[in-house]
Design a protein around this ligand. Sequence first.
Ligand SMILES: [Zn+2]
Length: 380
Amino acid sequence: MSRQRNLPEIDPAEILADIKTWAAIESPSKDGVAVNRVVDVAETAMTGLGMQIQRRPGRDGFGDCVVARSPWGGDGPGVLIMAHLDTVHPHGTLQGKLKLEERDGYLYGPGVYDMKGGACLGLAALRHLVRAGRETPLPVTYLFTPDEEVGSPTSRDLIESLGLANKYVLVLEPGRDGNKVVTARKGCARYVVRAHGRPSHAGMRHQDGVSAVLEAARQIARIEALTDYATGVTANVGLWSGGSGANVRPAFSEFEVDVRLPDDASAEAACAMLDGLTPVDPEVRLEIEGGINRPPYPKTAAIAALLAHAQGLAAEQDMPLEDVATGGFSDGNFTAALGIPTLDGLGVDGDGAHTEDERLLLASIKPRTQLLIRLLETLR
Ligand SMILES: [Zn+2]
């Protein structure tokens, strides 16, 4: 079947101009006022396309959420697109370490890859459909969030409720490793463990003390032993403190744990182990606080089918499309954990997320916008 000829062209220069505009507004997660300046731009763009807008005010200092729904497709479940507008980069990055500039086929700049580039592909795909006068088989909802880079504390409920109200979720986080999309992400558990011992003079009264640092060391060895590269479980104690002086038996020690978990079974096992930690020295008291921070996002049969569909669409433009599982998480973890088929990493290709070398591959703008348009046109 031949495609219609009189459709508007996808213009990568127009999309690049959007990306530059959005990236020129610095938006570190914890500055809700700054993030809202980009949220304003996104809202205006969505309004301009005739999308129905709901804007939910932020709380706890974070920015607002915007939900933009297509005027077509009715009230039923459809396709949910997600993008976060915050970045990890502090104010001043644009003037200093990471200027917005094109070089060697890339656009460098804070958030261009993670993920204002992807966010603008979503805008471009919808704009293309509106200009073409095309309605998609399913209604499209586009959710913009302000706080992904700090774990989505104020947007998680909305992500989950919109996820449950839709058939598919497309996440515009960066593409990976040369044009790959993401079909699985590990979950994450975070814990803080505090050990309380008993102080004493390390020289005169060593035997009277109970070392919280020694206890912490023993517990850390236990916890790190959860790591199993074969199954994909990794445990990391990345912060550790304790003690009050070299000559004092330490009464207190505290450390923080990050465990990455490929599936629900490994998550349950790891949390049971951590929740059930008992002191090696019975005179030490342990305080354990934490739990699952992001649920695992395993590649289910429905996600494999969604990938296969996307691969078929990519083949239309001779674009190879492979998938990858990653240890990093995204808001896709929340919807995938609810059983909603979620395809992630559909944003721009590039590299250097969260670094002063962040860049998006200019050549990825057009094919990835085209893929997104075809997904919206064909998912039903
Ligand atoms: Zn991101």
